[in-house]
Structure formats: structure tokens, C-alpha cells
Design a binder for this molecule. Structure first.
Ligand code: ZN
Length: 467
């Protein structure tokens, strides 16, 4: 067994012996000529980020976002010093879209699609895509390309996108590109550079650079992605080979212990949201937040109470890890709160005294009750709701109903909303799961507001329980 001191000496010797060879073999990358200033990159990126965020639905999940940010910052701090720009502000956001994609903007803003995180087999594969994007930014490819007089300027309203992992949509696709955001297609040379620097950054950050190459296979296995992924140049197989060749000259720096369960947990969390919309879906719907999968933190303000009528269009959503499928109006968004899931229109939710409050919408939950009898279990649930809520009253008894072919009970309750002080009507529908737990839906609206009944009925009819 080594003594600690001996081990360190031994490791140092190995490092000294191996390093010169690595240093020689590693591909040297240089900046291209660029007539723009670093400040121009920052300014362009900032404008583009604003535009992008007005069009892309961001996933409002702090756990996922901060996880991605953690990986991003590890990569950014591993950019070789000659390509570091202290002025750049790298930040990372997750777009709630199914397409396997990611893009970065000059100066540092970066957007990672949820589909990319879900498709990656390991954290390393996800990091590979991000390292490639970060490399475009660090090498200032957007403004370098503009210097050459190539297409960079405003395409569909957005200036200077630094690129996507495998290039943006091909020319033929531009006409039908889902967004005003048309991603810049880089030259073969720039893509190769971003792959090589990306591999170098990976190794410095403690990731196996071959994971970047593996991501191409993962994408291929998943049938490719939107945006002309695999038809782009250089071909995926050329890039795979080139990255692996570079990897042979790289030493993975101080391969940090990574808990692969972290990545698995994030993927699991994303799967809980059901399937994300595609970019094309988002564009068709013409809405910024078109999907119920869009989940959010509850904003720190009172609900405005100004709420649109439920859309006549419905979207399928899956909750409780696929245990329940249902449809909700397409203009409602999903908010996961503790053990329950809300679907609410804009303006109908907020915070009051540090508590989330809702004025319109439907929520779903599963409760463990002492009684296995539907009616007494439901009563327990109501008693539970009434705790700490002096205004909640039962109005009339229970009505028998059915939910996905099961016996169900409907109870009508009245309440005074603590945030708005308006009287409200709450309908509670319960049924039993096979394991004896109670599944429930709560539908809430202000007392004098009409126009939501049809939506609630439609939601109720759409519920399918897989227990
Ligand atoms: Zn690229």
C-alpha cells in the first residue's frame, strides 16, 4: 500500500512524463480575425437573449436549472486562459422543448433544451454539447463570421446567434423555422474548432472528452433531432472520429468523482413533467407558454385575478410520473406544489403571506387516509383542508359520480380566498386507487364567475388512471 507522500510523488512523476507528449499532440486553436470588440459580442448577445426569451418557453424548475448551471460553470472555468474573457457573463437556462438542441449567444447566454438533457445518456454527454457551445462563444465565432461578411445579421429579428450543437436549420428549413430565431449556420471549420476546444475543455473540467463524440451516436440512436441535426456538415461520423482522435492527446484532468445518480435524478424529474412540446408545436401555438408541462415556481406576488377563459384547445399532460394522464386547456400552465399539481391560467396564482394561492384552476393530488371507505376518506381529506382555513365550508352533501369508470364522490365547498377576499366555489372529486389511497381533483373559481364549468367537466372526463 502506498503511503500518501509516496503516492503524490509517483503521480507527479507520471504527470511530468506524460505531459510533454500531450502538449505536443493537442491541437492548437487560434482566434479568427474579428473587427468587432468584445463589448460588441456582449451587446449582441444581450439583445439576442432578450429576443430568445420572449419566444422560447423556459422551464421554470430551479432544481434543474441550477444543476445545468453547475455543469456549465465547471466547464466555463476550464476554458483555456487565452480564450477566457472576464467580461463575458455565461449563464444557463433550460428551454422546455423536446428537440435535442442547445444554443449559445455571443458573450455567454446559453439555452439548453430539455430534450437534450433527456436524450443524453450521461452527464458527460450533456456537458459535451455545452462545452461545444461554450467554445463557439469563447472563440467569438459569431462576430468572427460577421467579420467575414457572412450571414450574421438580423435573420427573422434576432442578431447573432452563436450556433447550435450541430448547426442551425438548413437553408430549406429556414422558411418553416418555428421561431423568429433563426440559428446561424457556422462553417465546417468553426464547427470543428468548437468540437476540438470543446473536447479540451471537457478534459480540463474532468469529463471524458469522448462523451462529446458519443452524444452524436446518442442523437442518431434517437432518430436525430429537429433542425437538420445529422445532415449538417461536417458529418456526425467525421466529427465523432475527429473528437476521438483529439481525445487521445488529452488527459482527463483530475477526473472528479461524479455521482451519476445526480444526472439520473434530474432526468427522472423531467420525465415527471410528461413530454415536452417540440419547437414546431410551440411555434404553431403562437404562445410563449403553450404547454401544461411548463411548470413554475409561484411568483412572489398576489394573483391578479384577471384571467382568460379556458382555451377550447386541449393538451395532453401526464402527472405523478405517468400515473395519471389527462387533458387541460392549452392556455393553462402546470405548477407542481408539494405533492399536488395545479393547472392554472395566467393571473390566477401568486403568493400571499408566503403561501401559494390560486383563484382559478384545477389541482390534483393523492392522499393517504386512515379509512378505506371512499366517503369517510373524503371527509378526512376535507377536514384536512379545513385545518387552518376557517372560511372553508361544506355546502350540501356528497353526490355520487364516476371518474375513469370508478366510483367517485363530488363535494361542493365554499371558501373566501385569503388573497383576494372573494368568495369562491371549490368542487372536490375523489376516487380510490387500488392501493387504497385517495386520488382527488379540486376545481376552484370565484363564486360569481362563469365559463369554467365546461373546462372542468372536460378535464374530469379526460382523466385516465394507471395504477
Ligand atoms: Zn456548433
Amino acid at each position: 500500500m502506498f503511503k500518501r507522500q509516496t503516492l503524490i510523488v509517483w503521480l507527479t512523476l507520471v504527470a511530468i512524463t506524460v505531459m510533454p507528449f500531450s502538449a505536443l499532440a493537442q491541437t492548437q486553436i487560434k482566434y479568427h480575425s474579428n473587427k468587432y470588440s468584445v463589448q460588441d459580442d456582449i451587446k449582441l448577445g444581450r439583445q439576442a437573449a432578450q429576443e430568445a426569451e420572449s419566444q422560447f418557453p423556459l422551464l421554470r424548475d430551479e432544481t434543474v436549472r441550477s444543476y445545468v448551471e453547475g455543469v456549465g460553470h465547471r466547464l466555463v472555468s476550464s476554458i483555456p486562459s487565452e480564450f477566457q474573457h472576464p467580461e463575458f457573463q455565461y449563464y444557463f437556462k433550460v428551454v422546455n422543448a423536446r428537440d435535442i438542441n442547445a444554443f449559445a449567444l455571443p458573450g455567454g447566454p446559453m439555452y439548453v433544451n430539455r430534450g437534450m438533457i433527456e436524450a443524453a445518456r450521461t452527464e458527460g454527454e450533456m456537458a459535451g454539447v455545452m462545452a461545444h457551445e461554450i467554445s463557439h462563444v469563447a472563440l467569438r465565432h459569431g462576430t468572427a463570421q460577421a467579420t467575414k461578411g457572412q450571414k450574421y445579421s438580423i435573420l427573422g429579428g434576432i442578431a447573432g446567434i452563436a450556433g447550435t450543437i450541430l448547426g442551425g436549420p438548413g437553408v430549406g428549413q429556414l422558411a418553416q423555422a418555428p421561431f423568429g430565431v433563426y440559428l446561424l449556420k457556422f462553417s465546417r471549420e468553426y464547427e470543428t474548432e468548437a468540437d476540438i476546444l470543446g473536447a479540451q475543455i471537457m478534459a480540463r473540467a474532468g469529463y471524458d472528452p469522448r462523451d462529446l463524440a458519443n452524444m452524436f451516436q446518442t442523437i442518431e440512436r434517437q432518430g436525430g433531432g429537429g433542425g437538420g441535426f445529422l445532415s449538417d456538415h461536417p458529418s456526425a461520423s467525421d466529427r465523432y472520429a475527429r473528437i476521438n482522435r483529439e481525445a487521445q492527446s488529452l488527459q482527463v484532468n483530475n477526473a472528479a468523482y461524479r455521482d451519476s445518480r445526480d444526472f439520473a435524478r434530474i432526468q427522472e424529474r423531467l420525465r415527471g413533467y410528461g413530454s415536452a412540446p417540440s419547437m414546431a408545436d410551440i411555434a404553431r401555438s403562437g404562445q410563449r407558454y403553450p404547454q401544461g408541462e411548463q411548470t413554475g415556481n409561484v411568483p412572489n406576488n398576489l394573483p391578479t385575478g384577471r384571467v382568460s377563459y379556458p382555451s377550447n384547445r386541449y393538451q395532453n399532460v401526464s402527472i405523478f410520473n405517468g400515473g395519471v394522464n389527462l387533458s387541460v386547456p392549452s392556455n393553462w400552465r402546470q405548477i407542481n406544489e408539494g405533492n399536488s399539481v395545479w393547472f392554472v391560467p395566467e393571473g390566477a396564482y401568486g403568493q400571499y403571506n408566503g403561501q401559494a394561492v390560486y383563484t382559478h384552476g384545477a389541482s390534483f393530488g393523492v392522499a393517504q387516509t386512515n379509512s378505506r371507505n371512499l366517503q369517510s376518506g373524503t371527509q378526512e381529506l376535507i377536514n384536512n383542508f379545513a385545518q387552518g382555513n376557517n372560511n372553508l365550508r361544506t355546502s350540501g352533501g356528497y353526490q355520487r359520480s364516476s371518474l375513469d369508470g370508478r366510483n367517485a364522490l363530488v363535494a361542493t365547498l365554499t371558501n373566501v380566498n385569503e388573497a383576494t377576499n372573494r368568495p369562491e366555489i371549490i368542487r372536490l372529486i375523489t376516487t380510490q386507487l387500488r392501493n387504497g389511497q385517495l386520488f382527488y381533483m379540486v376545481a376552484v373559481t370565484p363564486q360569481n364567475e362563469r365559463g369554467f364549468e365546461t373546462a372542468f367537466d372536460q378535464i374530469l372526463r379526460s382523466i385516465r388512471i394507471n395504477d
